[in-house]
Design a protein around this ligand. Structure first.
Ligand SMILES: [Zn+2]
Length: 256
């Protein structure tokens, strides 16, 4: 029995139901054919032209991405803009796309939960829709935690706040979620790791003796890729299907 795009869509639906996504979002099966046969799947953060090429090189029929294509409504499909080019190339190459975005952000395979695992936090828990919390094995100075995060994410991290602040509980909201720092503080965390820190939040947090770590949108969400690929591979192995799942090796910003 062959595996189809529709069956992978159902596996993702069990993990991250489409109805839990934000109303502005665009998730689920977005490109291709639900009845297309799948033997190889490529999991990526973004479905870029390079990722489409990577899928073609692997002989994959399906890309599973975190960030969706067609996030904004289109009125044409011309190859004159980046997304139009990607969509046309996918159709030409018989590639399908499923995206799991804000619905995935609320699961333990989110970028936030994945960062928490890479940092070996203890008692990792979901504190609100998009905020995860965990404890360090012992309180650590912010400057020490900064280098630990940089190492764990393999991505440079910027710290806003005192280098000597002691952090016992770290909140994580991957991607663009710096506004959650007040919620994180109210939940007992001393710092928040997120992906896009705006100046007014950096200033307000540091005046409240709270530390913000900016690990970049890519840096704080790319860690979900191998975990999501592992999840899909396990689910497929459970039913003994001969389908391979590959985490994308493509780094959109080069090695940093
Ligand atoms: Zn994101």
């Amino acid at each position: 029995m062959s595996v189809t795009v529709k069956m992978i869509e159902a596996m993702l639906e069990e993990l991250a139901p489409v109805e839990t996504a934000e109303s502005y979002d665009n998730v689920g099966a977005l490109v291709g054919r639900r009845d297309a046969e799948v033997n190889r799947i490529l999991v990526a953060l973004d479905c870029t032209l390079d990722v489409v090429q990577e899928a073609k090189d692997l002989g994959a029929e399906l890309i599973v991405s975190h960030h969706p294509l067609l996030f904004h409504a289109r009125k044409n499909l011309l190859e004159e803009d980046a997304e139009g080019k990607i969509l046309c190339e996918m159709v030409r190459s018989h590639l399908s796309l499923i995206s799991a975005h804000t619905n995935l952000d609320q699961t333990d395979l989110s970028g936030s939960a994945s960062c928490a695992k890479l940092l070996h936090l203890q008692n990792i828990r979901k504190a609100s829709d998009y905020l995860f919390l965990g404890e360090l094995e012992k309180p650590m100075k912010a400057i020490e935690l900064e280098s630990r995060i940089t190492q764990a994410l393999s991505f440079p991290v910027r710290r806003y706040g005192s280098e000597s602040a002691l952090i016992a509980t770290l909140a994580i909201a991957g991607g663009a979620d710096d506004g959650d720092w007040t919620a994180a503080q109210a939940l007992g965390a001393q710092a928040l790791l997120t992906g896009e820190v705006r100046h007014h939040n950096a200033l307000a947090a540091s005046m409240s003796d709270f530390v913000l770590f900016d690990g970049g949108h890519y840096g704080t969400e790319a860690p979900l890729v191998p975990f999501l690929a592992e999840y899909l591979q396990k689910r497929l192995n459970d039913v003994q299907y001969n389908v391979r799942v590959y985490p994308s090796q493509y780094a959109p910003f080069g090695s940093v």
